[in-house]
Design a protein around this ligand. Structure first.
Ligand SMILES: C[S@@+](CC[C@H](N)C(=O)[O-])C[C@H]1O[C@@H](n2cnc3c(N)ncnc32)[C@H](O)[C@@H]1O
Length: 372
């Protein structure tokens, strides 16, 4: 269950508070685990540990009085007969609270291990670890170049409201499309996982004629709102790409595949807690099938760009390895960008290169050409 989904189960009035606290819960999960472990033993049930960590998050980050938070946690724990345990731990914690450092920055271990596999530079790694604890900046992208914008004449901060003819997108996302657009030889393009439309809209703004499809009506509705607001000519169809017949062939295809979204850890810190090898293998299986099908729809000489907002090797280089083993008529194209790090078969966004703009999400991108 995503944070968004869980929060939408609650009345609107409570959602903002819940969202900020849930984000903080996941940002502090490793730190709070280390603190809690000083007060419990290894027999403490996992549901009690979760309640304790939620309560610690609120003690450190909300303005509610501590006694009220503890009372609420104790009352809730009585439902499964753990009220006195929770009461004891929280009271002892509050007695010693001033001796405990609450500014530690321990990054979850699996997140760190996977990040270290990709980024060998200590400077970049430290920046990524640090950014796990920092709320990201929001950006808006202009449909047309504008001298007043700070990055490549297109990117502005989203400090207050969205401007006319601008749409919301991460700066790393913008960099990816900006650097691959010239690889496409033809401006008619099929975007097979297109909604809510960030990349299709950007491509359309660069003169591409986008045919978009997606299987989720909910996501398509968001896309349609943007198309209407920005008055764009983009055709979007509701289709399951893997299970529908597409009879045309294309010279230009974009596949922004579904993934763990690990690269969006700053705005969705819960993704870090969901790193699960079995799930990642399932993701890879779907991603390989999607690349496979996209390559079958590609004309000789055509370009397929594969993107995921993840830095896990299974969803990135692992997918391309499998594809290159299977398809001998494919080459990996070079991508020109000083904001990405090159690996064997693709590129990762380097968030450190966006330091002056507050960092970026992490994406993997590779451009595959079908040989003539
Ligand atoms: C990473 S998001 C795409 C984001 C989009 N390209 C953008 O820039 O805004 C992945 C999308 O793939 C869609 N998707 C997942 N499986 C699909 C399938 N089998 N066929 C078509 N779309 C699919 C999801 O609904 C989701 O909207």
């Amino acid at each position: 269950m995503s944070i968004d989904y869980a929060i939408n189960l609650f009345p609107k009035i409570k959602r903002g508070f819940l969202f900020l606290n849930l984000q903080e819960y996941y940002r502090q999960i490793e730190n709070n685990e280390l603190i809690i472990n000083q007060f419990i033993n290894n027999k403490t049930p996992s549901n009690v540990k979760i309640i304790l960590k939620i309560c610690l998050t609120l003690i450190f980050h909300s303005k509610k009085p501590h006694y009220a938070l503890v009372n609420e946690a104790v009352e809730f724990s009585k439902k499964f007969k753990k009220g006195s345990l929770v009461n004891g731990v929280l009271r002892e914690f509050l007695r010693k609270k001033d001796l405990i450092k609450d500014n530690e920055k321990n990054v979850p271990k699996l997140f760190k291990a996977n990040c270290d596999k990709i980024y060998t530079s200590n400077k970049i790694r430290s920046y990524i670890y640090e950014s796990f604890f920092t709320k990201p900046k929001s950006f808006q992208i202009a449909l047309k170049d504008n001298e007043n914008n700070f990055y490549r004449k297109r990117v502005a901060f989203l400090n207050d409201k969205l401007r006319v003819n601008y749409f919301v997108q991460d700066i790393g996302n913008f960099e990816i499309i900006n650097s691959i657009k010239s690889l496409y030889g033809e401006k008619k393009i099929l975007d097979v996982c297109a909604a809510p439309g960030g990349k299709s809209i950007l491509l359309s703004s660069y003169g591409f004629k986008v045919e978009a499809l997606d299987k989720s009506q909910n996501q398509i509705d968001k896309f349609l709102e943007n198309i209407k607001r920005l008055k764009l000519d983009i055709k979007i169809s509701k289709k399951d790409f893997l299970n529908s017949k597409i009879s045309s062939k294309y010279n230009s295809i974009l596949l922004d595949a579904p993934c763990s979204a690990l690269g969006t850890f700053r705005r969705n810190p819960d993704v870090v807690n969901k790193i699960d090898e079995k799930k990642l293998i399932m993701n890879q299986d779907i991603q390989v099938k999607m690349v496979d099908k996209s390559l079958n729809l590609l004309n000789k000489g055509g370009i397929l760009v594969y993107i995921v907002c993840s830095f896990h090797s299974f969803e990135t280089m692992g997918v391309i390895d499998k594809i290159l083993q299977k398809h001998k008529n494919i080459t990996v194209e070079g991508i020109q960008s000083d904001k990405m790090i090159k690996k064997e078969n693709g590129y990762f966004i380097n968030p450190y290169s966006f330091k002056e703009y507050g960092g970026s999400d992490i994406f993997f991108v590779t451009a595959l050409r079908k040989k003539k």
